[in-house]
Design a protein around this ligand. Structure first.
Ligand code: DLL
Length: 449
């Protein structure tokens, strides 16, 4: 049995892998260096792109003698992975690959990743850390509404749940009515889904007259795969009567489980024995001191089939290396505020969708269902429109109340963003719902001009 149950700090904190999650930093860094050296060697000798990139920089595997040497290594970008579609980034022959996943790739070819037996085993272990950190054990029934298939969410959560011995209900996304029925009938205690789909399910439950306090046993939820604000977290917790944990990951690095929250909810613990983290300036690629807001860059330390050096995640966050009250020694990344490529530049002003979501959710009467539309008007000026649903109760108050709300939201957004936005408060349940990642932004500027 590898579950340790130390009572550390005021909250009860369970830790799955005591040895690695609470390792003193000097020991952790020693382990990281040893694993980094192996990874660099593997990349250089087995993946032609890395040999090419490292040769171009004049760096050899033996030049990596300390963690500080990480900066000598080349970055890897999404385009590098796309250009090597489907298997050219694999560091193992296909007969050692036992699973493949792929990123959704809205344009062009997806990114395909492979896993060996050991990779699937490490991933399951990392997901077991995630569950255990939130107090989930073999006594739980976990309802997995993440999509099963090429997306890493479904199977990643599934294998982790089996590893801790919980009973998995592998529902996948969609058929929301049935999902709510199963919550009730099976008595699920844990929910996994995208935050936006959790809200769709909450809405469905309400429609069916299901009261989360009275009729459901949900206690913990794991949400991630898309940015979500603290306001959204509160909304989900209230509507589903559970404690929401943020979980982060990406296909290129493995899938969900790169980092996740503990009961202190003060950042997401990165499994640093498997991933090396850096922060860089998104424009120049220059290394920033840990603790500064920037683009997170990750290097895999244990992956066999798909090792990745200095991957430019495009995710914006900062890293806290202070010790957490839960007893883990691993660094924590702060909640992701958006991707560097999600940032909209509207009339020269940088706008992150998360800023708009935060404002919407502070206004009583509005629902966390919204779409941001950016277009270029007749005068070639950028035009920002925000469509947002109101609650049934608010809608019943009539047109005058709706107009007042539009004005109020417009003024609040102007205050936060410094630009004007056209607001349309629309009737409940009129905007499109998603079963996976929500599409919140429609940018028509390139399309129309
Ligand atoms: O979304 C893996 C995953 C599945 C994570 C389930 C968590 C839960 P991709 O489809 O490759 O993989 O998308 C990765 O999603 O670079 C972030 O931009 C975003 N993302 C993932 N988790 C979070 C999060 C999965 N907790 C991309 N907060 C990443 C904000 C997140 N954004």
């Amino acid at each position: 049995m590898r579950v340790n149950k130390p009572e550390l700090g005021a909250k009860q904190c369970l830790i799955w892998d005591q040895e690695h999650e609470t390792m003193p930093r000097p020991e952790l860094e020693e382990l990281q260096l040893e694993r980094l050296q192996k990874t660099v060697e593997r990349c250089y000798t087995k993946v032609p792109l890395y040999k090419e990139k490292m040769d171009a920089l004049g760096v050899k595997p033996q030049d990596i003698n300390s963690l500080k040497d990480l900066g000598k290594l080349p970055f890897t970008t999404k385009n590098d992975l796309r250009d090597n579609y489907p298997f050219k980034m694999f560091a193992e022959p296909l007969d050692r690959i036992i699973r493949m996943h792929a990123s959704s790739g809205t344009t062009g070819k997806p990114i395909v990743v492979g896993y060996t037996v050991n990779d699937i085993n490490s991933w399951s272990e990392l997901m077991a850390r995630v569950y255990t950190a939130a107090g989930v054990t073999q006594a739980d029934i976990v309802h997995n509404a993440y999509g099963y298939g090429l997306f890493t969410g479904g199977l990643g959560f599934h294998y982790g749940a089996e590893r801790v011995g919980a009973a998995v209900v592998p529902v996948s996304g969609g058929l929301s009515k049935r999902q709510v029925m199963l919550w009730q009938d099976f008595g699920a205690t844990v929910l996994m889904s995208t935050p936006s789909y959790a809200l769709v399910l909450a809405e469905q439950a309400k429609e069916m007259g299901v009261d989360s306090m009275r009729d459901l046993k949900l206690r913990v939820g794991f949400f991630g795969a898309e940015p979500w604000t603290l306001e959204m977290k509160r909304e989900i917790e209230e509507k589903l009567n559970l404690e929401a944990f943020d979980i982060y990951g990406l296909t290129e690095m493995m899938g969900p489980g790169v980092s996740s929250e503990c009961p202190y909810h003060d950042g997401l613990h990165i499994s640093e024995d498997h991933f090396l983290v850096e922060t860089v300036d998104p424009d120049t690629g220059e290394s920033l001191p840990l603790g500064s807001l920037g683009e997170m860059v990750l290097t895999s330390l244990t992956k066999e089939a798909f090792p990745v050096l200095r991957y430019r995640t495009r995710d914006r966050t900062f890293i806290d290396t202070g010790i957490c009250s839960c007893g883990r020694t691993t660094a924590r990344m702060k909640r992701i505020t958006g991707r560097t490529d999600d940032m909209l530049i509207i009339r020269g002003v940088n706008v992150f969708p998360s800023q708009i979501e935060s404002v919407i959710l502070t206004l009583k009467g509005l629902e966390p269902q919204y779409v941001i539309v950016v277009d270029r008007g007749a005068s070639y000026m950028d035009d920002l429109e925000v469509l947002v649903e109101c609650t049934e109760k608010f809608h019943a108050q009539g047109d005058e109340a709706l107009e007042k709300m539009q004005e109020l939201l417009g003024a609040e957004l102007h205050h936060v963003l410094g630009i004007n936005a056209r607001i349309k408060v629309v009737a409940p349940k009129t905007l499109q719902r998603s079963e996976g990642k929500a599409k919140r932004v429609v940018d028509l500027r390139e399309l129309n001009h």
